[in-house]
Design a binder for this molecule. Sequence first.
Ligand code: NDP
Length: 453
Amino acid sequence: MSESHDFDLIVIGAGSGGVRLARMSAQRGARVAVVESRYLGGTCVNVGCVPKKLFVYGAHVREELEDAHGYGWSVPTDDVSFDWPTLVANKNAEIERLNGIYGRLLENAGVTIIEGTASIRDPHTVMVGEKAYSAAHITVATGSWPVVPDIPGKELLLTSNEMFYLPQLPRHAVVWGGGYIAVEFAGILAGLGVETTLLYRGELFLRGFDEDIRTFTEQEMRKKGVDLRFNVTIESVEQLNAHYQVNLSDGSSLETGLVMAATGRRALVDGLGLTDLGVELNASGHIEVNDHFQTAIPSISALGDVIGTPQLTPVALAQAMVLSRRLFGDGQGDMDYSAIPTAVFCQPNIGTVGLTEKEAREAGHSLRIYRSEFRPMKYTLSGRDERCLMKLIVDDGSDKVLGAHMVGPDAGEIIQGLAVAIKAGATKAQFDATMGIHPTSAEEFVTMREPVA
Ligand code: NDP
């Protein structure tokens, strides 16, 4: 710690990673400031994970009401109404509450919050407006921002940022992309009663997920009425009064009330002055760091979405704890990016941890594959035609479970527990020796006896 600077650490960006780094470092006795130009909590709290999950809950209510009939409840589903502005207002109130919590967490830890846009003048000086602040260490945790492909009419497209504040829902919407955000928003919109078309440029959406998970999710989303169109992309968008004409690569076009681009996110480095300082960006525009989050300038580090590691809140949080320990703790600790569990909150949810079947085969493993597909018990009385898929990837030689994948209700909740087992190196025999909890869907993961391949 150095008295010759205003602070020991200045963190640029008060998102998940930045706030965690600031708090942890302050608790270790460092004098810390965090600079934020927008909102406390970053993407996750304001225009990402948290409001998205609230919308997912909201979108699922319609099915809950429909399912109630089979259990003897009379709910007039043909007369049921939904008020989008109420959902948005309630969501906004919850986000404001969380913003307040984030502010108090920082203040209580003794972190100075500086509102404004930061740039880095030299390896130890951050400018916020006209004011200069010096620090022994500077960490860039500015996150990422949605990318909209450069097509004619791109200014007419919305991104997830705007979707959270839409004044009203259209009758029909187009979602462009085939990753996390596209499938999650397609599920939200369809669940809320919007006719939804998802357009994806490749053969099958959710590239990188296990093939069975991708095809199963496709099947279940189609059953829910989402119009999935693959091998097609948007060439241009035109405004037609209050509607849009979306011109597609196959020569066709469609009319819609909203076009959302969910086509990836780029590192948010604009205006920081990094390249002038000699901080390198890689080909994808992310900040280059070494294993200890250090850039080419030793006093400047970076973490979270801006460095191009998996764009997930828990990853940024873990990185922040490693970096804080490195800077102000015992100087030890490394990140472990293996077996990161993740969920996609489409409907039904996807939960996944470890290797996909393809990744495991490509890594040279000889495999046993276990798969179970069934109708969740909850839907027996309601008659809902929704199925659940569970899959285990097992190394035949060592018996180690390399991956667990699921599509079905509460997949994220179920896979979180299995992630502990997989991280601990559990074998299939240990899965088999584990008692199931009956009757649950999750028990299938410990009762799959016969490999299918
Ligand atoms: P992704 O990178 O996951 O997906 C982007 C999608 O857009 C891909 O299907 C990609 O196609 C497609 N695409 C990219 N560029 C173009 C283009 N020029 N024209 C047409 N299609 C294009 O990004 P998202 O925006 O969905 O999400 C960003 C990240 O945020 C995720 O990767 C994830 O890490 C994180 N996230 C996590 C969530 C969670 O944990 N539940 C929820 C939401 C986001 P292709 O596959 O062919 O490249």
